[in-house]
Design a binder for this molecule. Structure first.
Ligand SMILES: NC(=O)c1ccc[n+]([C@@H]2O[C@H](COP(=O)([O-])OP(=O)(O)OC[C@H]3O[C@@H](n4cnc5c(N)ncnc54)[C@H](O)[C@@H]3O)[C@@H](O)[C@H]2O)c1
Length: 271
């Protein structure tokens, strides 16, 4: 691990929501390419497990327990990371409220509990803003933010209006961050996945909804957390030095077609 010549050798990265799923894969990827990684999650056990797995493979990582919606905790987490490694170059804001208590109650707009809306916005949007607010001033040598959005922020649906609206807000935040910090050499982009096969997605959607979503993609393979990590690492790297303010869709073709055309194709040639 940490091979010389890695794209993030000598760099320090912070990944939120890194205790499982996409965030864990992204933290592992950045570490594999040489970064010292702050593995942040509201679940201490998850953060510790991801950090331990990285260290077990020879990488450098520290676990940070933090609720990204709490400004004091975000300030403390950024300070702890800086105290450990002395600099900050990459921030991947990936945490989202996906539990049964929030995403699991994000149903039809007419029956939506306003508390579900507020908590979704607090974690998914306010959390991303707080990270930028407290990390950007500490990036002394340029840097890159990557936010995890979703195709749910680019489309409408009959449920998950709070979640989808929170992800749409990130498209705006990306542009504001890119504009605010561009002159300092700090870039900001978002990744917008469709279905990624994580435990959280399987649990939140259930087998029927999962099968429906699987049927939406054009490619025969599904998107894994490691596929998102490839894109995040690219956007965070010098190879993407001319890309900022963008939301990049990674969806195996889910948004590239009209739904009825896909259904038609599946009827003509079932898999
Ligand atoms: N899995 C998918 O199909 C999919 C699709 C599109 C977008 N996304 C996005 O990808 C990201 C990761 O999703 P995932 O599927 O890996 O889910 P996940 O549940 O495995 O990861 C989310 C992590 O965020 C953490 N978290 C929740 N609230 C937090 C808070 N207040 N502070 C800090 N950490 C907190 C959780 O503990 C969890 O470890 C999310 O932003 C999600 O919206 C996922």
């Amino acid at each position: 691990m940490s091979p010389s010549g890695g794209r993030f050798d000598g760099r320090v990265a912070l990944v939120t929501g890194a205790g499982s799923g996409i965030g864990a894969a992204c933290a592992a990827r950045l570490a594999a390419e040489g970064a010292c990684v702050g593995v942040l999650d509201v679940r201490a056990a998850g953060a510790k497990a991801t950090a331990a797995a990285i260290r077990g493979r020879g990488g450098t990582a520290t676990a940070l327990t933090c609720d990204v919606s709490d400004e004091k905790q975000v300030v403390a987490a950024v300070a702890e990371l800086l105290a450990s490694y002395g600099r900050l170059d990459v921030v991947h804001s990936n945490a989202a409220a996906l539990g049964r208590d929030v995403y699991g109650r994000d149903h039809h707009l007419e029956t939506l509990d306003a508390d579900v809306w507020d908590r979704t916005m607090a974690v998914n949007v306010r959390g991303a803003m707080l990270l930028v607010k407290h990390a950007a001033p500490r990036m002394a040598d340029g840097g890159a933010f990557v936010l995890t959005s979703s195709v749910s922020g680019l489309t409408g649906d009959l449920d998950h209006a709070a979640y989808g609206t929170s992800k749409a807000a990130l498209t705006g935040l990306v542009r504001y961050v890119a504009t605010t910090y561009g002159a300092r050499g700090i870039r900001c982009n978002a990744v917008a996945p469709a279905l990624v096969l994580t435990d959280a997605a399987r649990l939140a959607l259930g087998p029927d909804r999962l099968a429906d979503k699987e049927a939406e993609r054009l490619l025969p393979w599904a998107c894994a957390p490691e596929d998102v990590a490839d894109l995040v690492a690219f956007l965070a790297s010098e190879e993407a030095r001319c890309i900022t303010g963008q939301t990049v869709v990674i969806d195996c073709g889910t948004l590239a077609h009209r739904p009825e055309h896909a259904l038609h194709q599946w009827r003509l040639a079932p898999p």
